[in-house]
Design a protein around this ligand. Structure first.
Ligand code: MG
Length: 234
């Protein structure tokens, strides 16, 4: 693909498995909060009950749904208020809880081929990241291969909205058809990028059977296959 001048990557479930990391981070957050607050406030705290509160927050304020940091903080504040905390104490505990969650959430384990492939690609192409999550890529060792990372919390809308893709193209100073976007989410990554004319690779991370109508230019099941795709004719 000689016309490709830069690559953009989704992060969660594209460069690493996310779900386990999030679960671990939530456990660490809960353990930390149990130390800090009266036992009764955390007695019923569990993933299901936490998610029920989060669901309510998002329903009440759909415009913040893409800002996972704000959603998580507000969920914690609401939780502690529901337990009888004053707003200022609830906010203090929420900040502490989020701090631990965020720290743990960054401890991702890249897929086996991630580092090796990025290292090769970064020698030829500028790489950028576009994520709907709150992974802090540039603070991770993997960040060394990337020019920048865009997080949806800093934009009015998440993928598949064009706004983050457009910002990435602008910063990379390339046209849509000179960009290849790689991601695991058909709607957010493949369809979002496609709509702008960006070339797409669907990373079928979970080895789902590819559906005939996946609108991606290419489908891969491990990141290394990108190297072959990039060597192929346009
Ligand atoms: Mg993803």
């Amino acid at each position: 693909m000689k016309s490709i001048r830069a690559l953009t990557f989704d992060l969660d479930n594209t460069l690493w498995e996310t779900d386990l990391t999030i679960l671990k981070a939530e456990d660490a957050m809960a353990a930390h909060l149990r130390h800090l607050s009266p036992p009764a406030w955390m007695a019923e705290f569990g993933l299901d009950t936490f998610r029920a509160v989060r669901q309510k927050i998002v329903e009440e304020q759909p415009t913040i749904a893409h800002n996972l940091t704000v959603v998580r903080r507000k969920t914690l504040v609401r939780w502690f208020e529901n337990q009888g905390a004053t707003l200022s104490i609830a906010e203090e505990l929420a900040s502490e809880g989020f701090r631990i969650f965020y720290e743990e959430r960054q401890k991702v384990e890249p897929y086996p081929d991630t580092v090796e492939t990025l290292e090769i690609l970064a020698k030829t192409y500028p790489l950028a990241a576009i994520t709907n999550g709150n992974a802090d890529l540039m603070a991770m060792p993997l960040g060394q291969y990337f020019q920048f990372s865009l997080q949806s919390q800093h934009f009015p809308k998440p993928k598949p909205d064009p706004v983050m893709f457009e910002e990435a193209l602008k910063r990379l100073a390339i046209q849509p058809n000179q960009c290849l976007h790689i991601g695991d989410d058909i709607e957010h990554d493949v369809m979002g990028a496609n709509r702008l004319g960006i070339r797409t690779v669907w990373f079928n991370t979970r080895a789902q059977v590819p559906e005939d109508d996946v609108p991606a230019d290419h489908t891969i099941t491990n990141l290394k296959q990108l190297l072959t795709i990039l060597r192929s004719p346009d």
